[in-house]
Design a protein around this ligand. Structure first.
Ligand code: 1CP
Length: 347
């Protein structure tokens, strides 16, 4: 196979590309006026995620505005439970609302085999974005994604966002068999969902595990490392080369075991993590991605410059993808993102 010429694919392949490729988690979203315009046109959020033309348009907006190296599919981690038939709505101002699954009957009723068929419009978005990038931005890498089984299960059991996801984490202790059934269902659904994105043109796959850091080490091994490793192995059987980014947010020292045992090519690191330590915790060929504080991006000016330069100084000479440590906030001034791009581009 020819050496990839896209900067992001080179970095994920273990090369210390400099200046590093960059993109930002949630780079498409409400902080952009052009997003708000399309969002208003689409109606609700699910309508936007399942409208391939509009979803492709918002995926491409930050590429046009900033020239990022990565375009992340515009969708949501909760589209997997939605595609398995769990009722979902995004209520204005209160975030996602699902009809909770908390017993054997409702968990048993979830059917992972219908996920790919129901998510067909999302794969069409991937096709449209890939065609647009191939035609107009051939150096930009298309990133597909899903939530990791544990984080998605948190929302499915709880029914909404939460500070501690006590119902989900409680079920994992009180009835590990039932929770395990839900996690296995999600491993199957997520494998098919990610492979379908790869087939439609995604060049990298990312697994968001936003709530991994709430677990004890033994629970982290069981509900984060094992299912993530299974998904990676399942994908490898069909697609041996596509790079996979794992983002076990707030994993702390568990990052080392996660890196070793899941087999991901790249580790997303959150803002709390010391990048110098992370560099020693993962294998030299494993890339790191992160970890600017989204609040430094809101502040801008010297605070932003100091934080970004410190990250660049620490990561120079390593395979690295510049990113935030969590998603961009909706109060972020778009011109601060432009300033950050200029800064990272000069290395
Ligand atoms: O009305 C709106 O515009 C909805 C806001 C919104 C957006 C823009 C939601 C609802 N999801 C998204 C897009 C989204 N979500 C992307 C798109 C691509 C990009 O990065 O540009 C991605 C990758 C996600 C992933 C996602 N959704 C995560 C994992 C990352 C993270 O932020 O921790 C999680 C936890 C969700 C759930 C979710 N979806 C939406 C909201 C507001 C939430 C958080 C709910 C909560 O816990 O309170």
């Amino acid at each position: 196979m020819a050496t990839p010429s896209k900067p992001m694919l080179r970095a994920l392949g273990g090369e210390a590309v400099w200046p590093p490729p960059m993109w930002l988690m949630r780079q498409a979203g409400r902080y952009l006026p052009e997003y708000r315009e399309v969002r208003a046109q689409a109606g609700d959020f699910i309508a936007l995620c399942t409208n391939p033309e509009l979803a492709a348009e918002v995926t491409l907006q930050p590429i046009r505005r900033y020239g990022m190296d990565g375009a992340i599919l515009f969708s949501d981690i909760l589209m997997v439970p939605w595609a398995m038939g769990q009722p979902l709505r995004f209520a204005e101002g209160e975030g996602p609302q699902l009809q909770p699954v908390r017993d054997a009957a409702s968990i048993g009723a979830l059917d992972p085999s219908v996920c790919v068929a129901n998510a067909a419009p999302i794969f069409e978005t991937v096709r449209l974005v890939r065609a647009a990038l191939d035609a107009h931005a051939p150096k930009v890498t298309l990133i597909g994604f899903a939530g990791s089984p544990f984080t998605v299960a948190c929302y499915m059991v709880e029914g909404h966002g939460s500070r501690d996801f006590a119902a989900a984490r409680g079920m994992a202790y009180a009835d590990p068999q039932l929770f395990g059934t839900l996690i296995r269902t999600l491993v199957t659904a997520t494998t098919g969902y990610l492979l379908a994105q790869a087939e439609a043109g995604a060049e990298v796959l990312m697994l968001f595990d936003s709530w991994a850091g709430m677990l004890s080490p033994s629970q982290f091994r069981r509900w984060v490392i094992e299912p993530t490793g299974q998904i990676v192995r399942n994908i490898r059987k069909v697609n041996p080369t596509i790079p996979i980014i794992g983002f076990p947010r707030l994993a702390g020292p568990m990052l080392a075991e996660y890196a070793q045992r899941t087999g991901v090519q790249c580790l997303g690191v959150d803002t709390s993590m010391d990048l110098r330590w992370a560099a020693t915790a993962v294998a030299p060929h494993q890339a790191l991605q992160g970890n600017l504080d989204p609040l430094a991006l809101i502040a801008g000016g010297m605070a932003l410059e100091t934080e970004a330069r410190s990250i660049l100084g620490t990561m120079r000479g390593r395979p690295f993808v510049f990113n935030l440590g969590h998603g961009i906030e909706k109060t972020t001034p778009p011109e601060h993102v432009s300033a950050l791009v200029r800064l990272v581009r000069t290395g």
